[in-house]
Design a protein around this ligand. Structure first.
Ligand code: ATP
Ligand code: MG
Ligand code: MG
Length: 550
């Protein structure tokens, strides 16, 4: 893509390199919690973190932020790794916050010894009440004055499983009067008698995000820890722990999370859509997940380009879904081979063409590519399927398709002229009758006739069939999370339209999974994962133009 100015994080990194900070070294990390599949918002973070490392000769760690045993699972770990790879990025090290549990425990003990952490027996409600409000300072309780010895003993007992969930917590002793609520003696550890997907039953106390994240960064010697804006108020605490523990001075920088229209982007909400059956699975092609987009046929390069184009903002904003679709079209237009498929068929009979004749026409795979990217054979015969919408009984002016008396070119074949049509008892048109101009064969046209319209078609006796799935926006409104009531009330009931039997040109039987194809005039399509040799299933990746459909 073209030259662009530096984003504000790149400016910071360049400044740090100029000043020789961390020896000019750049180490970033992408820190997903393995509690769901990655979505396009994560792609933004991935492109930013790996992009910084690539640009400045650094590296990026993939660190699973797996400190919450209840919601996490190895299925998610595997999908996250597959998605990051598919997006085109290689991490330096695959790491897990849970690998630091011993180290984090030692850090906590160190803070207790320094008089900077204490065990609190209060309930969550009591702690919240004692914290005060943004305008009123919090108040300390008796536990805050526990001795170092008592705290050490109680914390060890917490670890050894002596207490039930919620009975005690470990808190940092920071400042109950701080204007920053996150500094009012935040929790460091809570008791959770839960099985962890990696550490099993070894632990029954788990560190909070704020105590795990910065310390993990420091352990790995991350130079630039990039996260989203909601973590701005956490930064002071991030710095406090690093300072009090005298660790590597990792720094946190914040950018605006990606929000996109007509979808939701929280894993909790996406999980609801999956669990309640509103979509097939995490990789449903309507989902904003990386796996859904891959299945739908979005190229990884289009997602990277999208992340590049939206830039790195310091303020929350909402990106139009159509920008992503634009990037997808731009990529596919260069690479996708053209094929003909009729989605809503009506029969066209060429009455002056011999009944038992077949001609084979050779047509370019991609006129946009240099040299046409080779050719494929298309059989032609007296009867062809065309789209119902390409014929009108009473065509309006400037209808450059078919109606009695009108001419059109059949792509790669002949110009035909309509002279009649047939209707059934209900008044539906069932056949369109034409004659052809034998001298008008594509590539060999000596007819001297110019027609404005070209339509796609598939020879009836040679046609193969396929199921075609067309997707529209998953939600009816731009920002379903900010509407009244439940976001699921705003699901688009027509987000999936299935065409059971479309007619496709025979060469499409050779279509390969993961390869994009343009169905001429209809959009970009790709084989779905449910496609089999006996029953092809195509997903519509995106329409050809913006503003079609819903
Ligand atoms: P969610 O709200 O979807 O659960 P999360 O932030 O809890 O998201 P994590 O797995 O913790 O999910 O995210 C991993 C990284 O991706 C974090 O650094 C997070 O800031 C970043 N990230 C998550 N969502 C977005 C988004 N919409 N835009 C940009 N970055 C994001
Ligand atoms: Mg998170
Ligand atoms: Mg989350």
């Amino acid at each position: 893509s073209e030259e662009r100015s530096l984003n504000f994080i790149e400016e910071i990194v360049e400044e740090d390199i100029r000043e020789g900070k961390h020896g000019g070294r750049v180490l970033t990390r992408f820190p997903p919690e393995p509690n769901g599949y990655l979505h396009i918002g994560h792609a933004k973070s991935i492109c930013l973190n790996f992009g910084l490392a690539n640009k400045y000769g650094g590296k990026t760690n993939l660190r699973f932020d797996d400190t919450n045993p209840v919601k996490e699972d190895t299925e998610y770990v595997d999908s996250i790794k597959a998605d990051v790879k598919w997006l085109g990025f290689d991490w330096a090290e695959e790491l897990y916050a849970s690998d630091y549990f011993d180290k984090l425990y030692e850090f906590a003990v160190e803070l207790i010894k320094k008089g900077l952490a204490y065990v609190d027996d209060s309930t969550a409600e009591e702690i919240a009440a004692q914290k005060g409000t943004p305008t009123e300072p919090g108040v300390g309780n008796a536990y805050r004055n526990r001795s170092v010895e008592e705290n050490l003993q109680l914390f060890a007992e917490m670890k050894d499983g002596k207490y039930a969930d919620g009975e005690k917590v470990l808190r940092a002793k920071v400042d109950l009067a701080s204007p920053n609520m996150h500094l009012r003696d935040p929790l460091m550890y809570r008791i959770r008698h839960a099985h962890h997907h990696r550490t099993g039953d070894k632990w029954c106390i788990y560190p909070m995000y704020d105590f795990a994240h910065g310390q993990s960064d420091a352990i790995e010697e991350i130079t630039h820890s990039v996260c989203t804006l909601e973590f701005i108020p956490h930064r002071a605490l991030y710095d406090w722990f690093i300072e009090k523990l005298d660790l590597f001075d990792s720094h946190q920088y914040e950018f605006a999370r990606l929000n996109m229209t007509y979808t939701v982007m929280s894993k909790r909400k996406l999980l609801q859509l999956v669990d309640e059956g509103h979509v097939e699975d995490w990789d449903d092609p309507r989902m904003p997940t990386i796996s859904g987009m891959r299945r739908r046929g979005y190229p990884a390069a289009a997602i990277r380009e999208f992340c590049e184009r939206i830039g790195v903002a310091k303020r929350e904003n909402m990106i139009d879904l159509s920008l992503l679709e634009f990037c997808v079209r731009e990529q596919l237009n260069k690479s996708a081979w053209r094929r003909m498929a009729v989605l809503d068929p009506i029969k066209l009979v060429i009455t002056d063409y011999p009944e038992d004749k077949t001609e084979i026409f050779s047509v370019e795979n991609n006129p946009e590519a240099e040299g046409g990217d080779g050719k494929r054979d298309i059989p032609f015969s007296r009867e062809v399927w065309i789209e119902r919408e390409d014929f009108m009984e009473v065509p309006p002016k400037k209808f450059f398709r078919l109606g009695v008396g009108l001419m059109v070119r059949l792509k790669g074949a002949y110009i035909v002229k309509c002279h009649d049509f047939v209707k059934d008892a209900d008044g539906n048109v069932t056949e369109v009758h034409c004659t052809h101009i034998p001298e008008s064969q594509s590539g060999n046209d000596t007819s001297g006739i110019n027609v404005k319209g070209t339509i796609h078609w598939v020879s009836v006796p040679h046609a193969k069939t396929a199921e075609v799935r067309q997707y529209e926006r998953l939600f009816k409104v731009e920002d379903p999370s900010n509407e009244d009531g439940d976001f699921k009330e705003y699901l688009n009931p027509d987000s999936l339209q299935i065409i059971e039997t479309a007619y496709i040109e025979p060469d499409l039987m050779n279509a390969e999974a993961g390869t994009a194809i343009q169905f001429m005039r209809k959009g970009y399509f790709t084989l779905d994962k449910h496609s089999t040799a006996d029953k092809l299933v195509f997903n519509r990746t995106v329409t050809l133009k913006d503003g079609w459909g819903f």
